[in-house]
Design a protein around this ligand. Structure first.
Ligand code: SF4
Ligand code: SF4
Length: 327
């Protein structure tokens, strides 16, 4: 949306209308600037950014308030934050056994947890048909989004060092979060899988009917990934689903706002009655949790017919990544 009024809020209320969090506290994104006590209640979902006519960015406001809190010596209390840091700060289940290639698939942490079978299919096909390796690691975005920008930077430095040590020149991302977070931070090439599959001219199952697609938060504004995915529709259209704010997993806001998260999940079945396609593993997991039928676009393209793993089985899948020599 075009910026005007010198970036000053005009009080139009569009942000509050689209955001359950702003709505709960009866504020707009501009008021939010003055409420650091709510820094961790925002889902960092970009919905307010999408609708604000003067360019006020609630996501950025939240991230900055979080960073100020941490830099000011603030400590996050609660088991959820502790668990997230324990798992992701130096990713517990990383796997570099198949990393010594110029080009590698970067699975991220969530895709192999929700879709182990599809991961295996993609890994094997890229390796056997194109000589492309695999790395499983976390990009560091979840840690950085807690306002721990310095720790996030350290994760990037370590990742970059590993990539150099293994001679990697290009990573292919499965996850939209990894793609947007890493593409301007790493000094190696970052390419999304949907683009790479086209370059490689790999044989996949194109989409041959109308489908409804839920746009994940990192792709809401630029929609670079969606535009790439649209190219896989040979017959039929990919229709964007509107009226649902986000899946409720972003920004770790669910630790502070369990009731809003519950209501966000309920929207999937309330607002949309048909099967929901998406291209973020976390969104897939959340949509499945809501009880709505869903399919990840990559499961469709690789014809894996895999449903997202939920609960304990996703944790077990994640842990299983650690020692696998996946080929
Ligand atoms: S980023 Fe999302 S949750 Fe945060 S204020 Fe904007 S719309 Fe609301
Ligand atoms: S959408 Fe932008 S201009 Fe409108 S109330 Fe929200 S912050 Fe203010």
């Amino acid at each position: 949306m075009a910026e005007n009024n010198n970036g000053k809020c005009i009080g139009c209320g569009r942000c509050t209308k689209v955001c359950k969090f702003l709505n709960k506290y009866n504020i707009n994104s501009d008021d939010y600037k003055h409420m650091p006590e709510l820094a961790y209640s925002c889902y960092l979902c970009n919905e307010c950014v999408r609708v604000c006519p003067v360019g006020i960015n609630g996501r950025k406001i939240s991230w900055e308030m979080r960073n100020n809190f941490i830099e000011g010596g603030g400590r996050l209390k609660g088991a959820g934050y502790k668990l997230l840091l324990w798992e992701k700060e130096d990713y517990l289940f990383k796997n570099y056994k198949n990393a010594s290639y110029k080009s590698v698939l970067f699975t991220g942490c969530n895709f192999p947890a929700y879709f182990p079978k599809t991961t295996q299919i993609i890994v094997s096909r890229l390796m056997n048909e194109e000589g492309i390796g695999t790395i499983t690691d976390c990009c560091g975005k979840p840690v950085s989004e807690l306002g721990m920008v310095d720790r996030g930077r350290k994760i990037i430095e370590n990742l970059e060092k590993r990539l150099h040590d293994y001679g990697v020149e290009e990573i292919i991302t499965l996850c939209p979060n990894c793609y947007y977070y890493l593409k301007d931070r790493l000094d190696v090439m970052v390419v999304m899988i949907y683009e790479k599959l086209k370059d490689l001219k790999m044989k996949i199952s194109p989409v041959d009917k109308d489908i409804d697609v839920f746009i994940p938060c990192p792709d809401k504004i630029d929609q670079q990934i969606f535009k790439e995915i649209e190219g896989y529709a040979v017959r039929g259209k990919m229709k964007k689903i509107g009226g649902i704010q986000c899946c409720g997993a972003g920004g770790s806001a669910s630790f502070k706002e369990p009731l809003i998260t519950k209501s966000l999940l309920e929207d999937f079945s309330k607002v949309h009655k048909e099967k929901i396609y998406t291209y973020c593993a976390t969104c897939s997991g959340m949509i499945a949790k809501s009880g709505t039928e869903t399919e990840h676009i990559l499961c469709r393209l690789f014809d894996s017919k895999e449903k997202p793993a939920v609960g304990l089985s996703s944790l077990m899948n994640m842990a299983a990544c650690k020692n696998k020599k996946i080929r």
